[in-house]
Design a binder for this molecule. Structure first.
Ligand code: GLU
Length: 377
């Protein structure tokens, strides 16, 4: 049987925006962090929060802030020096956000992630659980790459791809990339006077890469990483907005549906995107056999799978792996990402979720597979 789960998660109902601010915008002419600009974005984010939007901030600027603290005039070439600068600068960056959000009675939560964290299913689930709870508590997550152990964004992306991964993680509705340009142009506007701003385009449209290549901005944090970020964000159904962060009240203008910069939207709907993701990228690690009641409720009521509806467990899987849900005749009913390992699942199947804690000594989630992580066939 499957019962309705009390959603302690950040409501999939509540709109969620991931807002990414890059280094070029955050620094005042290369001289440390632009506190005035940051105060303005924070004010807008607080206002969005007040209007019922879950706000997730992905901010670069650690290297730049560190360079200022160290009195370095030029960005060092050595990666370990950039990483050291990031470690020193992250303190100032987070301090600034914390005090700016405090003015609006909002807590901030520092979250440092790497791509590997999100590629690993167990870490992915842990990060997702933390982020959802931080949002649930009404705080603002302030995310950066963990530059001490990873270098992807320092070298290539300036956090564009991290922001897209976070968008997938929290299943945000929008990814807003604040840049120092008006948006995406068909040619480099600094070279061609007749360059046209692209207002709306499907994320992943093949012509986009050609445009980005034309503009010669293939480098770190150039348009190409933003286009790929939009493509990735679209996989979980999010629209990406590439806009000029210096436009006054830009976030509130977007909230008011004013047209600014470039909007990249997903070609397929959210459900289709998630189905593709589950179907294409995941290999099954085991089977859960469901009783008839569970099969019916999964198919008809769109709810999560609870341990009580499972009669047998096959295979070796860990938390976060994909498993198949099958009926008594071995027919596949659903695919999903499981919240407990095979050994744990064996102990809790057939039991009500309230008993998980007394059986295992802890409880990660009330459901064996959350509905958001399941595709029913
Ligand atoms: N994570 C890096 C930072 O916060 C990325 C941006 C950069 O390389 O400047 O600084």
């Amino acid at each position: 049987m499957v019962a309705e789960i009390k959603q302690h998660k950040h409501a999939s109902k509540k709109p969620c925006w991931v807002i990414k601010i890059g280094s070029a915008l955050l620094t005042a002419d290369g001289l440390g962090l632009d506190e005035t600009a940051i105060a303005s974005w924070v004010q807008q984010m607080a206002s969005l929060h007040q209007r019922g939007i879950s706000v997730v901030l992905v901010s670069s600027g650690a290297v730049a802030a560190g360079m200022q603290r160290l009195g370095w005039k030029r960005r060092p070439h050595a990666l370990y020096q950039q990483q050291a600068a990031a470690a020193i600068g992250q303190m100032g960056l987070i301090q600034l956000y914390e005090s700016a959000f405090q003015k609006f009675d909002l807590h901030t939560a520092q979250i440092l992630l790497t791509h590997e964290d999100l590629a690993n299913r167990k870490r992915y689930l842990n990060a997702r659980g933390t982020l959802r709870e931080v949002l649930n508590l009404g705080a603002i997550p302030v995310i950066n790459e963990n530059d001490t152990v990873a270098t992807d964004e320092i070298r290539f992306g300036d956090n564009d791809s991290l922001a897209a991964m976070v968008t997938n993680l929290v299943e945000a509705d929008r990814l807003v990339i604040l840049t120092d340009q008006e948006g995406l142009f068909d040619r480099d506007p600094r070279q061609y006077a007749d360059a046209t701003l692209i207002r709306e385009v499907v994320a992943g449209d093949p012509k986009l890469e050609a445009y980005a290549g034309d503009s010669g901005s293939l480098g770190r944090g150039g348009m190409i990483t933003k286009i790929r970020a939009a493509e990735r964000a679209a996989r979980s159904g999010a629209c990406t907005y590439i806009v000029n962060g210096r436009t006054s009240n830009i976030l509130l203008r977007l909230y008011d549906n004013e047209s600014h910069g470039t909007r990249l939207y997903p070609a397929s709907g959210r459900l289709a995107a998630r189905k593709q993701w589950l179907a294409i990228h995941m290999q099954s690690h085991g089977d859960l056999v469901l009783d008839d009641g569970a099969v019916r409720v999964l198919r008809e009521s769109g709810r999560s799978l609870l341990p009580v509806g499972v009669t047998a467990v096959y295979g070796e899987f860990s938390r976060g792996d994909m498993v198949r849900c099958i009926d008594n005749n071995g027919k596949i009913v659903a695919h999903g990402l499981v919240n407990y390992s095979a050994a744990e699942a064996c102990q809790i199947i057939g039991q009500s979720s309230e008993r998980i804690e007394s059986i295992l000594g802890y409880v990660d989630e009330a459901e064996l597979i959350h509905r958001d992580n399941m595709v029913v066939f």
